[in-house]
Design a protein. Structure first.
Length: 105
């Protein structure tokens, strides 16, 4: 093969549990589902609001670890978006009119 190496596209998935989750994702999902199960056992589910509040921790934690394209999961996307909007960005102009600005002599 002419000494060319081909790396499979899914080589990083072998480092993830079940091919989707890292350790932090499973901790978040486990805590959310545990809180949901405890809330379902404790809270009387005789109205819709109580039922929604009981399952809300599980739904939120499942939403955070849901995989999306181009990012690992929703939690990673939210973190990247937060860092993009809160960090100072420096744009260095090196365009076609870079010599037209004020010249220090």
């Amino acid at each position: 093969m002419n000494q060319n190496y081909l790396i499979p596209a899914n080589s990083k998935k072998s480092m993830l549990m079940f091919g989707l989750f890292n350790q932090t994702d499973l901790i978040i999902l486990g805590i959310g589902m545990t809180i949901t199960l405890i809330a379902i056992m404790i809270v009387p589910l005789n109205n819709v609001v109580a039922a929604i509040l009981a399952i809300l921790p599980g739904v939120v934690s499942a939403f955070l670890v849901f995989p999306i394209p181009n990012y690992h999961n929703v939690r990673t996307f939210i973190r990247s978006m937060y860092l993009f909007f809160t960090r100072e960005r420096n744009f260095i102009w090196k365009g076609w009119c870079v010599e037209d600005g004020d010249k220090e002599e």
